[in-house]
Design a protein around this ligand. Sequence first.
Ligand code: FAD
Length: 389
Amino acid sequence: MYDVVVVGARCAGAATARLLAGMGHDVLMVDKTRLPSDTLSTHGLIRGGVVQLSRWGLLDRVLDSGAPAVTQVRFDIEGESKVRRIKQRAGVDMLVAPRRHVLDGLLADAAVAAGAELRTGVTATGLLRSDAGRVAGIVGRSANGDRVELPARVVVGADGRGSRMAGYFGAETLEQHTSPCAVFYTYVTGLRSDTYEFHIAPDAFAGVFPTHDGAACVWLIRPTPLLEPIRTAGSGRGAAFVQQLELLVPDLGHRVRAGRITARLRGTADLPNYLRRSHGPGWALVGDAGYHRDPITGHGITDAFRDAELLATAIDRCLDDPTAERTAMTSYQQTRDAMAREVFDLTCALTAFPPPNRFVELQLQLSDALEREADALASFPGLTANLAA
Ligand SMILES: Cc1cc2nc3c(=O)[nH]c(=O)nc-3n(C[C@H](O)[C@H](O)[C@H](O)COP(=O)(O)OP(=O)(O)OC[C@H]3O[C@@H](n4cnc5c(N)ncnc54)[C@H](O)[C@@H]3O)c2cc1C
């Protein structure tokens, strides 16, 4: 019997497991994929995500992995360029964009170092329940096809956007809006390594996140139908991506053409924006499994880090005092929903691609919201865990 079984061991699951293990609980993480591995995601952290890494003693490890410290942000709006230095605020003066196989691997390693167990190649396929109907563990399938039963006092679904765990728990969706836009991205060498770039043009939002090995993640978001020519270009998708960049955001497009593309183009479309009920007797959801917004605001990893800490704190309370479960878990969800609200609404507004002037206004509101969020994260109560371990 584990105290907690966490299904999904990437940024939400591994962070939650690490915090809980650091508080002295017996934690098992399972993931159906082999880790560390890449996943479909760009990976620009905004200030709040960097604050969490710093508070958890992991920012140095991210920098040691070769992810460059980003010290400037550049906004290009229809040919006009503005560069801002990242000021010291909420305890950090940089941004970082580590590749997901590095970041997720580092988080899982930190969880194991804190005492959590990690089993990869295990797929959760259902739940164990007590006679009273309380969730009491998971049923799963190991890599060799064996059925496994893993009993736990609390089961956490950290299994991402397509969360099966949400379905097993019966977690209702409280609010949902679709995002009528799509994103494509690839990796390019030869761009600056100290600057996040954001380029705004009518019906187009493109950007650059510098990452490992002198490469940068270059992305383009547009209303879905406008990216159809790329999606349907077959083996010419990379070339079609560069062509659209050159047409829409010429400065970036020309620099991408002059650089070297080092990876195949990846992308996705029409992602949902939703809030799910994220707790019940013996279970909880964290990360994309419980709350998701389109990547246009680059906020998913920061959401995962915020909610990992809120949830770990709530579960710690429940494990110590089972009578506190309802209050602690209700407070987890209420705090998450309150902290997520402003960015959630701005995300929905941005994905509608209003005219550039309005898009810029929304970006300014977003930047203000992100700074306030970073302050709030920096003032979270200290955790009892020995996070530097
Ligand atoms: C195109 C794109 C670009 C993005 N760009 C950014 C960005 O720039 N910045 C940012 O902050 N966020 C970004 N995001 C969002 C970010 O990727 C997600 O918010 C983040 O990955 C959520 O982490 P998670 O741990 O909740 O879920 P995931 O990263 O999806 O991890 C879920 C894990 O659960 C495992 N799993 C699933 N089902 C089971 C099962 N039944 N049994 C066992 N294991 C299971 C999976 O194998 C997976 O490893 C982007 C997303 C997309 C799609």
